[in-house]
Write a protein that binds this ligand. Structure first.
Ligand SMILES: [Cu+2]
Length: 424
């Protein structure tokens, strides 16, 4: 374990070791009990995800007596901000290397929710692909994609790890691209070191020193920046804190499923008739696009690349009792995530895991050029809508996803006392 802040935190725990241990066990035991109560095996991975839940859970007997937890909670909350964590430079050549296989959103790559070992070098290979997509029925656009998807794939590392990205721009593309990681420090987020023309690849290594969720995007300079971003060239990275996510009292929080929702605004040129234009190549729309972008009025606002991507076959699923993590990014505009029929039980609105999450939110805000994270505990079965609560953008455009939860209906939470009928 490195870093002055953490050392001080450890020092404090040494002075009063027992409450810290107790509360950690208490929190984990609560999660375990909640899982058992919902009939779910807490050791089982999520159905649609490859990541693993922590397996070394303590027995329920490890939980302290009722009432003991609240005292322990108070004692573990840091009373003062100690500044951002710093890291000693590592000899990267000696560190463990792991390869992360990227998967298309809404899914996350395989990862550990809790990791507190030595920093690792996480190798990621990303291929840029310029390809025509059908944004909405009959509406086509040349998307500039990281690894073939809009948004680009989610990357997951742990605080203090090194991300070693190979960014390849195959000769089949026609444009120059790069990548700016908001999670990184220096060289325009890496943008200045990653310019690759068709037929080139580059390797960038940066250290993920800020825990949180962050966007990455292409940024080749001038108006090329919004042009590439509004053609889909953005994605997100999650930098998990050492030891995993924590609630405001410092208790561990784990998730059963994780989804990545990337919201995208498009500005597709039209003919005077109103019909959308279609182009022969990735570069051909540039002049018209600039005019369309400068209106600041999107023609399309969608989740995960195209209209309806997270509905029907692409809808999100969960079971009653699940903790569902949703990372929501918007590289160019604001957004207002809301789960119709539920809440953001824990919300890192601004995306920083250095901050305690807000709790029990109805709606939160994703600033332009950022990502945020929420965990919703699914307490009721049925259909939810996860959307941007600018309702025009959600329904007149398509900034929405469907989440379907399987399980028992809870009449205590809600019941239709009498069905619709004639007024008595
Ligand atoms: Cu680009």
């Amino acid at each position: 374990m490195r870093g002055h802040n953490v050392d001080r935190r450890i020092e404090r725990q040494r002075v009063k070791p027992f409450p810290g241990v107790k509360i950690a066990l208490f929190g984990v035991a609560l999660l375990l009990l909640a899982s058992i109560a919902c009939g779910r095996d807490p050791g089982m991975p999520a159905v649609t995800q490859e990541f693993s839940l922590p397996t070394a859970l303590p027995s329920p007997e490890a939980a302290p007596a009722p009432g003991a937890g609240s005292e322990a909670v108070v004692s573990t909350v840091p009373s003062t901000w100690e500044g951002p964590r710093t890291w000693e430079p590592e000899d990267v050549s000696t560190l463990e290397r792991v390869t992360q296989e990227l998967v298309a959103p809404t899914f996350f790559p395989e990862h550990e929710q809790v990791y507190d070992g030595e920093p690792r070098v996480v190798e990621v290979r990303m291929e840029i692909e310029e390809k025509e997509i059908e944004v909405a029925p009959g509406v086509f656009m040349w998307a500039f994609t990281f690894h073939g998807s809009v948004p680009g794939p989610m990357i997951v590392v742990h605080e203090g790890d090194y991300v070693e990205l190979t960014l390849a721009n195959p000769a089949s593309n026609v444009l120059l691209h790069n990548i700016d990681f908001h999670a990184s420090i220096g060289a325009l987020g890496g943008g200045a070191l990653t310019n690759v023309g068709p037929g080139q690849e580059v390797v960038l290594r940066f250290r993920a020193v800020k825990p949180g969720v962050f966007i990455y995007h292409c940024a080749p300079g001038g108006t090329m920046v919004p042009w590439h971003v509004t053609h889909g060239m953005n994605g997100a990275i999650m930098v998990l804190p050492r030891g995993g996510l924590k609630d405001p009292a410092g208790n561990p929080i784990t998730y059963d499923r994780a989804y990545y929702v990337g919201e995208q605004d498009y500005y597709i040129p039209r003919y005077e008739s109103g019909e959308f234009k279609r182009y022969d190549s990735a570069a051909a729309s540039a002049v018209d696009d600039l005019e369309a972008m400068k209106t600041l009025v999107p023609t399309h606002i969608v989740f995960n690349g195209v209209t309806g991507a997270l509905q029907g076959d692409g809808q999100l699923t969960a079971n009653v009792g699940d903790n569902v993590l949703i990372v929501h990014s918007q590289a160019n505009r604001q957004s207002y995530p809301h789960l119709i029929g539920g809440h953001g039980d824990y919300v890192w609105e601004r995306g920083s895991f250095s901050d305690a999450p807000e709790t029990g939110l109805e709606t939160w805000v994703i600033a332009a050029g950022s990502a945020g994270a929420s965990i919703s505990t699914i307490r009721q079965s049925g259909t939810y809508v996860y959307l941007s609560h600018n309702l025009v953008e959600a329904f007149a455009f398509d900034a929405k996803a469907i989440l379907v939860a399987e399980g028992e209906w809870d009449n205590d939470l809600m019941e239709q006392v009498s069905p619709p009928g004639p007024i008595q």
